[in-house]
Design a protein around this ligand. Structure first.
Ligand SMILES: Cc1cc2nc3c(=O)[nH]c(=O)nc-3n(C[C@H](O)[C@H](O)[C@H](O)COP(=O)(O)OP(=O)(O)OC[C@H]3O[C@@H](n4cnc5c(N)ncnc54)[C@H](O)[C@@H]3O)c2cc1C
Length: 328
């Protein structure tokens, strides 16, 4: 089996959650694999990242260079080409940076490229079999690629359960000397932080999330009432933002925020994969939808087939009653 590397994203010295998901992906490809982490950047932040990865990876390849202080996939690609052994498999989270990095990396290393993988089906000789989705998630497809000369594969965040800690004390291997000087045609200008909005939905344990099924802006009060009773925040699907009923900072999904609540109430949300992509950490999902065939019921722990305009006020009043009793 070829050697498996995972390109680990980090920000402000904190490792992205997808690092452990990529270990799980590597194990799905090769159960005996203990993949090597590759991290790029510079300074004390990169040192902190490497230290924290030692608990999960047997080896952490550190590439430190002033030019890598800011995200620039062109430079990272050049650095990786210099350090990767022939025929390596490189896994990365299917996020903006890797979408920029991985296709060009596969060309430069003469490896296969597969994007946005949801599941690993198995390995047959040098053929790696995977599952992807096509046509906006309407079709699942089986794809296979030849890994004999390596591969660059991006994995959808949240598709794999994060691996449990390997209980190792990995070695940090400094590969910086091997990359020489780095220059790129493109230049980093600035990072524009997303607006936090009045509520940070990424920090709440309970989210009352509304979709198009809420029907009109005035009905949002029903969700706010329930959220208040439960000590939750209100989040939403994209059509609610498109209709300007709630601000963009409350949108959950692939083009919105990634959230990790313990409980997620999906109210009038159909369950499109772009929406579910924003749900991480295996929350307990309660779905309220008047269509019993809505896809959200396939992932929900509890399903309520009802008109949410009738159900929500009832639920809120029961929640208030229950919470009053429990605090007496
Ligand atoms: C590139 C791209 C990125 C995207 N990014 C995102 C994203 O980040 N987040 C996101 O959410 N979407 C995203 N989308 C859109 C996504 O594909 C879906 O269109 C969207 O999630 C659907 O939102 P919804 O479930 O609210 O609406 P719908 O799919 O219209 O579902 C509404 C649901 O409400 C139910 N309903 C209607 N009335 C009631 C009622 N009275 N009581 C109970 N149930 C009722 C219906 O049965 C239906 O299931 C993206 C799409 C693309 C192409």
């Amino acid at each position: 089996m070829t050697r498996i590397f995972t390109y680990v994203l980090h920000r402000a010295g904190v490792v992205d959650d997808t690092a452990l998901e990529l270990i799980a992906t590597a194990r799905a490809i090769d159960p005996a694999a203990l993949p090597t982490a590759i991290v790029t950047g510079c300074g004390a932040e990169l040192d902190r990242v490497c230290e924290s990865l030692r608990a999960s990876f047997a080896e952490v390849w550190k590439i430190t260079n002033e030019a890598l202080a800011y995200p620039n996939a062109e430079l990272v690609r050049k650095a990786l080409v210099k350090v990767l052994p022939p025929n390596s498999i490189v896994l990365a989270a299917h996020e903006h940076f890797a979408i920029d990095l991985a296709p060009g990396l596969s060309i430069k290393t003469n490896a296969s490229f597969v994007a946005d993988v949801l599941a690993i089906e198995g390995v047959d000789g040098s053929r790696l079999k995977m599952t992807r989705q096509e046509f906006g998630g309407q079709l699942s497809t089986h794809v296979e690629c030849d890994i004999a000369s390596g591969a660059a594969i991006t994995i959808r965040p949240g598709a794999f359960q994060p691996a449990t800690n390997a209980g190792v004390s990995g070695t940090i291997v400094d590969k910086s000397a091997e990359i020489g000087s780095l220059t790129a045609g493109r230049r980093y200008l600035e990072t524009i932080a997303a607006e936090a909005g009045e509520v940070d939905i990424t920090k709440h344990n309970i989210l009352v999330s509304v979709g198009r099924g809420i029907q009109e802006k005035d009905n949002l009060q029903l969700a706010h009432d329930l959220a208040e009773a439960l000590g939750a925040a209100v989040s939403c699907s994209r059509p609610v933002v498109d209709a300007k009923w709630l601000e963009k900072s409350r949108q959950v999904g692939s083009s919105g925020k990634t959230v990790k609540p313990k409980v997620y109430l999906a109210c009038g949300i159909s369950g499109a994969f772009q929406h579910l992509a924003g749900l991480k950490g295996n929350p307990f999902i309660i779905a309220i939808n008047k269509n019993p065939k809505a896809p959200i019921f396939q992932v929900a722990n509890v399903g309520v087939v009802d008109d949410l305009l009738e159900f929500l006020p009832e639920f809120t009043s029961k929640a208030r009653e229950a919470l009053t009793v429990s605090t007496k």
